[in-house]
Write a protein that binds this ligand. Structure first.
Ligand SMILES: [Mn+2]
Length: 433
């Protein structure tokens, strides 16, 4: 007989992996951790007849010859008696998607970096041609949606999408998934969110928008991360940092999120003694005042921002092809034709005095104006960036001003130029290492 289990505070990926494993290991029984996420508990409440599991009463390793652990590979995250850990006769299988953080030594494991653990089990079921009911497919797909943010988290892999497609073919009900994955908020959570929004302040950091909020909490506040996710969605910032200070115990919980590639919040939180992923992380600070904690957070954030991501100096092109203000429009036209540029900086000595673009040629009404100097047609109102500007910042300038080339200026002299293709190359990860 096999026993299948998963991590405490089981989410949909954990629950889905558990019951998918029950199909991969037919003579098995399931034991769930006693702590389940709220929406998982609600789902089970109406599906208990379909997804059966045993109770914790009389749970001993002697009855089993194999333990299957899904969606974790860490003993401390399991809700099992210590006797399981100590039992040397117990064979262990692991199905997980968190490589490199395990404390369980298994006889066999399938640990791969995919978005959801259930993806791996579904892939196995697909290979085995195992029949799935629409309800099973619905639960398994909910696991994929939850852990991949509906395939939008950076951790998502093609296998997650392929498994999701397979489950939809098996009749998974996306309406049910939307209903159960959309969290329901308690009155406390709503009030907390309201308070957080009122206290929110924007911090501009090299073109990245960070929003920091700091609110007091009283006693145990369950579901903080849910509120933080909601706050993240509303704030529309690149990075959010939420501080929750509990005055009576002198404890401050810090939860941070970042969107896309903007900044590794896991690194910031580990510098504060916490940890997490690049996009979601947290830390817990004890024995300090809320003000001191906030100051430390701001310092860590500024430090991280100033050392993160490639600067203009890395992605810009140089040397810069430029013209002198006294050059003729004809000279400029020849340069446009030979280089294929849309704009050329006009430089006197080393100083940027303007920019001449293809558009400026529409101002030419008579042929002899081609002999006029560039300075008569150039625009002098040039948008520039500093060498330490972020890619995000320059991308914003390009879209706000509808320009494709931005000179990089340091101490009044042009040190490079950033083009749309430089920015695209950065976003599509084509930068040479
Ligand atoms: Mn998972």
């Amino acid at each position: 007989m096999d026993l299948i289990t998963t991590h405490k505070n089981a989410d949909f990926d954990a629950l889905a992996s558990t019951f998918a494993a029950a199909l991969v290991y037919p003579s098995s029984s399931v034991v769930l951790p006693r702590n389940l996420n709220r929406n998982v508990k609600e789902f089970l409440g109406i599906h208990k007849d379909v997804f059966r599991y045993r109770s914790h009463n009389g749970l001993t390793p002697e009855r089993y010859n194999r333990l299957i652990v899904v969606d974790t590979n860490d003993w401390s995250r399991l809700d099992l008696p210590d006797s399981f850990r100590e039992d040397e006769n117990l064979s262990i299988h692991i199905w997980d998607h968190h490589p490199g953080v395990g404390t369980i030594s298994a006889d066999w494991s399938c640990i791969r970096e995919v978005g959801a653990a259930v993806t791996l089990l579904v892939d196995q079921l697909k290979k085995d041609d195992a029949p799935l009911s629409p309800i099973q497919a619905t639960l398994f797909l909910a696991g994929i949606h939850e852990d991949t943010g509906s395939l939008l988290f950076p951790s998502t892999t093609p296998l997650d999408a392929a498994s999701a497609a397979f489950l939809m073919e098996q009749g998974a009900d996306v309406n049910m998934i939307a209903r159960f994955l959309r969290p329901t908020y308690t009155q406390n959570q709503k009030e907390l969110l309201f308070h957080m929004l009122r206290k929110a302040r924007e911090v501009d950091a090299r073109g990245l928008m960070a929003v920091v909020t700091h609110v007091p909490i009283n006693g145990h506040s369950p579901g903080l991360s849910l509120v933080v996710d909601m706050f993240h969605g509303i704030a529309g910032a690149d990075i959010i940092v939420c501080l929750f200070s509990e005055r009576s115990s002198g404890k401050t919980i810090i939860i941070a999120r970042s969107s896309g590639e903007s900044l590794d919040v896991g690194r910031i939180m580990s510098s504060l003694g916490g940890g997490g992923h690049p996009n979601a992380a947290s830390a817990l600070i004890r024995g300090s005042t809320p003000d001191k904690v906030e100051a430390a957070v701001m310092e860590a954030l500024t430090e991280a921002v100033s050392t993160s991501g490639p600067l203009m100096a890395v992605i810009m092109s140089y040397p810069v092809i430029s013209v002198e203000p006294s050059a003729t429009m004809k000279d400029a036209a020849l340069m446009f034709r030979s280089k294929g540029f849309t704009g050329i900086p006009v430089i006197q000595g080393k100083r940027l005095v303007g920019i001449i673009s293809r558009r400026d040629f529409t101002k030419i009404k008579k042929t002899r104006q081609l002999d006029a100097p560039v300075k008569a047609f150039m625009s002098t109102n040039v948008i520039t960036v500093a060498p330490d500007a972020s890619v995000r910042e320059v991308a914003r300038l390009m879209s706000t001003h509808d320009i494709g080339r931005v000179p990089v200026v340091e101490n009044d002299s042009v040190v490079g130029i950033v083009t749309r293709s430089d920015v695209m190359r950065y976003y599509y990860d084509l930068l040479p290492d």
